[in-house]
Design a protein. Structure first.
Length: 102
């Protein structure tokens, strides 16, 4: 590019710049979604995140709470779950198919 050329939206340099900005923005959004901040070294999830993670409905998740299958915090109507408790729930309910055949 020469010094006398004017950059506009359609110039290759500007298109490349916009592409890099969009790519950076996309990477940042992905990172923030996957790396939630922690409190005292623990990550907390809301109802929707847990439902998505376990592939269950809100009603099923409520049944898990009612039956005491899953630990939770309730603050002013907001329900939160520790990620470690979700992992524990899954580990406690793991049945090894190979062990059952013996």
């Amino acid at each position: 590019m020469e010094l006398n050329e004017i950059l506009n939206y359609n110039s290759p340099e500007m298109r490349e710049l916009f592409y890099k900005i969009e790519k950076t923005n996309s990477n940042m959004v992905t990172y923030l979604e996957q790396n939630k901040p922690s409190l005292f070294g623990e990550q907390f999830l809301d109802n929707n995140e847990v439902c998505e993670m376990l592939h269950v409905s809100i009603r099923t998740l409520q049944d898990y709470r009612d039956k005491g299958l899953i630990a939770y915090y309730k603050l002013e109507g907001k329900i939160l779950y520790k990620l470690s408790d979700i992992k524990k729930l899954l580990e406690d309910n793991y049945f090894d198919a190979w062990q059952q055949k013996k």
